[in-house]
Design a protein around this ligand. Structure first.
Ligand SMILES: [Zn+2]
Length: 275
């Protein structure tokens, strides 16, 4: 017995979903089905020719030709009432007429994760702000690992845009992030009271990595006037090599830094498996 029910002979449900998803003139819903067994709604979306003619090479901006369709993909979208909803598509790939580069077109519903739409990610982030990740995962019937990945991707994107140009006082400490000898070194802005950077390890090379990171955020080593840290020889060496102008204050129990560092660890971002 066929458990897949096609919705609507007049195409009205497709038109309704097309409007709700804001697909515009470049995409069409070619299939809409409700699986009674799984209780899941699936939308199949295909591009229209207008989308292809607008595509330009990301490297040189030149015109492109259609190349082929990429692999079958599926994104989880917001529920339809209480039913899980998925978008399925094979996104078109284009080839530059000038340089031959092959690239995949972007779909308007894509989030930062491979498996979720942007709308689903927004809703997940809202939930994770209000409750523990595990609870949020239960609420929306996802695994907490997948939600952590959504969070990590959005944190990484937001982090890239941070400006450290006003940072002058830095606190640094190492923390064991798991049982054994896995350490993470945390750098914090003691005035703004925020974490600037964290990096695996606890030797002097962590300072080189920190200084490289500063440069990605409109800052430089020369602006660091004060460093608070414990008596670690490797940190002393790191500061001497990278920020020799900074005044060093030895303060093993800097409460503000500890608090910030634990926030990072509680975030669990270092525990994430590769996506
Ligand atoms: Zn090109």
């Amino acid at each position: 017995m066929d458990r897949h029910v096609k919705l609507g002979g007049m195409n009205t449900p497709e038109k309704l979903f097309h409007t709700l998803l804001g697909l515009g003139d470049d995409w069409e819903i070619t299939e809409l089905e409700f699986d009674k067994d799984s209780g899941e709604v699936r939308l199949r979306i295909h591009e229209l020719s207008g989308l292809l003619s607008q595509q330009r090479c990301p490297d040189d901006g030149d015109k492109t030709d259609f190349y082929d369709h990429g692999r079958e993909r599926e994104w989880r979208h917001l529920n339809v009432f209480e039913h899980k909803c998925y978008i399925q598509s094979r996104l078109p790939r284009m080839r530059c007429k000038t340089c031959g580069k092959i690239f995949q077109t972007k779909a308007p519903w894509e989030g930062l994760s491979l498996q979720f739409t942007a709308a689903f990610e927004s809703m997940s982030l809202l939930l994770m702000r209000e409750m523990p990740v595990k609870k949020a995962a239960e609420f929306i019937h996802e695994t907490d690992t997948r939600l952590w990945r959504i969070l990590a991707r959005h944190v990484a994107m937001a982090y890239k845009q941070l400006d450290f140009s006003e940072t002058t006082c830095v606190g640094v400490d190492e923390l064991a992030c798991r049982k054994g000898h896995n350490y993470v070194t945390i750098f914090a802005d003691l005035v703004a009271k925020r974490v600037l950077y964290s990096v695996p390890g606890k030797d002097s090379s962590t300072w080189k990595a920190f200084v490289q990171e500063l440069e990605k955020h409109s800052a430089k080593a020369a602006q660091i006037e004060c460093v608070s840290m414990d008596m670690s020889g490797s940190f002393k060496k790191g500061v001497a090599e990278t920020c020799p102008q900074a005044e060093v204050v030895f303060d093993k129990y800097d409460a503000r830094l500890q608090l910030l560092a634990y926030q990072v660890l509680l975030g669990g971002l270092h525990k994430l498996p590769a996506a």
